[in-house]
Design a protein around this ligand. Structure first.
Ligand code: G1P
Length: 295
């Protein structure tokens, strides 16, 4: 059973400036819900009960979002706004805990995960990169839930991957499967190597790491020994490659859809999809889109 999830949110979000100057990029909204809330819901749906935010002093709004806002709740109660009140209280369902640790210096994703070492302790855990939304709408179980289940059965780290266009492999961690292996959606298979942001002509495949991981605690020791790699940052992918050489690790191929909310177009795509599903606005929003003049 995987109980804990680490969400690195300390990044300054330069790709979203000026919007992310005073508001964390993770607090940008999909209609009326911040992106980070969507990611926390994904973790909870996979059975996670402790969310560990690796954060930065400039991003307190994220911690506030998951805290109780007593005055606001009181006000809504007095005004009889029970539906809103219920919604506000359901941001963090009973039994779910949010803990935060600080990442003082931006030394890379691997370093961010290492900052959570004491809070995670000696147990397996999930990592969710909140820039990426994994959408398992209308599916029986989420991809993260399948990864947790597979880890519990095998003890092998599970890395969520999906195919990306060959010309974009240099923007991701890329995995190599064992010789000749193919990976169908929903399947896990052993990997041979992982490499962070390879040159387009050096990538061993076009299977990219999507931003969901289920890892054993051994990764912390490997991270502590990892030297700066791509972009002169301590890379999680490099520590994972060491783990894989030591005891094996599996790539799990995604069944759902992803939206890269770290990019403007990916974020717009996510808004479109969520607005078209939103119970309050979906119908009118579709009409609005249909009425748009051709560009
Ligand atoms: C990080 C990881 C990379 C992964 C990507 C997914 O990179 O280091 O392996 O493919 O997230 O979004 P970043 O996008 O933070 O540079």
């Amino acid at each position: 059973m995987i109980r804990k999830a680490v969400l690195p949110v300390a990044g300054l979000g330069t790709r979203f400036l000026p919007a992310s100057k005073a508001i964390p990029k993770e607090m940008l909204t999909l209609v009326d819900k911040p992106v980070i809330q969507q990611v926390v819901e994904e973790a909870i749906a996979a059975g996670i009960t402790e969310i560990i935010l690796v954060t930065h002093g400039a991003k307190k709004a994220i911690e506030d979002h998951f805290d109780v806002h007593y005055e606001l709740e009181n006000e809504l109660e007095q005004r009889g706004k029970t539906k809103l009140l219920k919604e506000l209280r359901s941001i963090l369902p009973p039994g779910i805990r949010v803990v935060s640790v600080r990442q003082g210096r931006a030394l890379g994703l691997g370093h961010a995960i290492l900052c959570a070492r004491e809070v995670v302790g000696d147990e397996p855990f999930a990592v969710l990169l909140p820039d990426v939304l994994v959408d398992n709408f209308n599916q029986l179980k989420t991809d993260l839930a399948y990864m947790n289940q597979r880890f519990t059965e095998t003890g092998l780290a599970q890395i969520l991957v999906d195919a990306v266009p060959q010309e974009r492999v240099d923007q991701y961690g890329i995995v190599a499967l064992k010789e000749g292996a193919a990976l169908a959606a929903g399947e896990s298979k052993p990997m041979q190597a992982m490499i962070e942001k390879p040159a387009v002509d050096k990538a061993p495949s076009n299977l990219a790491i999507v931003g969901r991981y289920v890892l054993p605690p051994r990764i912390f020791e490997l991270l502590a020994a990892t030297q700066p790699g791509a972009g002169n940052e301590i890379q999680l992918t490099d520590a994972l490659d060491a783990l894989l050489q030591e005891s094996g690790a599996e790539a799990y191929r995604m069944q759902g859809e992803t939206y890269d909310c770290g990019s403007k177009l990916g974020y717009l795509h996510a808004i479109l999809v969520h607005a078209l599903r939103h119970p309050e606005v979906s119908g009118d929003f579709r009409k609005l889109i249909n009425q748009l003049p051709e560009a």
